[in-house]
Write a protein that binds this ligand. Structure first.
Ligand code: 5GP
Length: 132
């Protein structure tokens, strides 16, 4: 039932790899092109852009993916993260033309970097949502 599944999720082992590339970026060990930053969030340009505008929004806390963040991050971290989306969208001038937000997660989502990040893509037509 629902309760059983919920318990399963709560006890899921989330091992955060402190040597992942975004952890290094957050520690300043690897340079980045910052678009927006506040106490809880860093947004920077993707090194291998998949659209004319491709920005990654990253929480500064050690969360492996979107599900981990939504389960474990404090309320103020989650509010700051959500509000940073509008900051980035404004800075990148995406309001008028629109954008797509993607959070690749785990094996099926083909997540490469095990630190939660939201892709913001725009600046031109983006094609179908999912390749099949
Ligand atoms: P994922 O596949 O995990 O959703 O996305 C990881 C993203 O991080 C990819 O789009 C990749 O281009 C980007 N990326 C990987 N390494 C670096 C890096 O060192 N700097 C920046 N700015 N982006 C990176």
């Amino acid at each position: 039932g629902v309760k059983k599944n919920y318990k399963k999720v709560r006890s899921r082992v989330m091992t955060y790899d402190t040597e992942n590339i975004f952890a290094k970026i957050l520690r300043g060990e690897i340079p980045n092109t910052t678009v927006y930053e506040n106490e809880y969030v860093l947004a920077f340009e993707d090194i291998n852009p998949q659209a004319p505008i491709h920005i990654l929004i990253v929480p500064k806390g050690p969360y492996t993916d979107m599900a981990d963040f939504s389960l474990s991050a404090a309320g103020e971290e989650q509010v700051a993260f959500t509000k940073s989306i509008s900051e980035v969208v404004t800075i990148a001038q995406l309001e008028a033309t629109g954008f797509r937000a993607i959070a690749n997660t785990g094996i099926d989502g083909l997540q490469e970097v095990p630190h939660y990040h939201l892709h913001i893509l725009g600046g031109g037509p983006l094609g179908p949502m999912v390749n099949r």
